[in-house]
Design a protein around this ligand. Structure first.
Ligand code: SF4
Ligand code: SF4
Length: 182
């Protein structure tokens, strides 16, 4: 909020940032389609998440076109997309909306913003080698059925788990998890 010369309060309008727009366009596959959007709103109407939340797909794409970095990256909205691709299937301009959201999320994480639930999933990956760890009661049930405690995936394979952790370290995923915050 700013104050006009007459003393009346005014809402500060964010300035477009073309440099950020370019970063999104070049940020990964699909980014190059950002400026094809002509704001028809079909994506918002198709979005299952938007039916239950205040998330508006069209709006976030518009903000990306304008380069409104500070409105996008710290926003909780960015994490409300379920990546169902309904919007992409219906977009008349073939904008790769979901991929653009991935680009924006990657940018957000690098700046230390991540929804708590997504962070937990990442931490599970690092700790257990799976997004959903095997519960103790499931382990007991498996043993009762004559199976090993863990399934024959990364979770149940010590060497695979070590290799997986190495890959996560090499690509810096572990550091991203430490830096991520809501
Ligand atoms: S459906 Fe496509 S063109 Fe229409 S607002 Fe969404 S991204 Fe833009
Ligand atoms: S991919 Fe994301 S933004 Fe697109 S319709 Fe599905 S939930 Fe909504």
């Amino acid at each position: 909020m700013t104050v006009s010369p007459s003393g009346a309060s005014m809402t500060k309008i964010a300035e477009p940032n073309p440099a950020f727009t370019k970063m999104v366009e070049k940020g990964g596959p699909g980014g190059e389609t950002l400026m094809l959007c002509y704001q028809c709103g079909t994506c918002t109407a198709s979005c299952p998440s938007g039916r239950l939340t205040a998330f508006r797909t069209r709006q976030i794409i518009r903000k990306a076109q304008l380069g409104l970095k500070d409105e996008i990256l710290p926003s909780d909205d960015l994490w409300l997309c379920t990546t169902c691709y309904s919007c992409v299937e219906r977009c008349p301009r073939e904008v790769e909306i979901t991929d653009i959201l991935f680009i924006l999320r990657n940018m957000a994480v690098r700046e230390g913003h991540m929804a708590e639930q997504h962070k937990k999933i990442g931490e599970n990956m690092l700790k257990h080698g799976a997004t959903v760890p095997v519960k103790e009661e499931v382990m007991k049930l498996r043993v009762k059925m004559g199976l090993p405690e863990n399934p024959p995936t990364t979770v149940g394979n010590k060497k695979a788990m070590e290799d997986f952790r190495k890959i996560m370290e090499e690509c810096g995923f572990d550091k991203l998890m430490k830096g991520g915050k809501k």
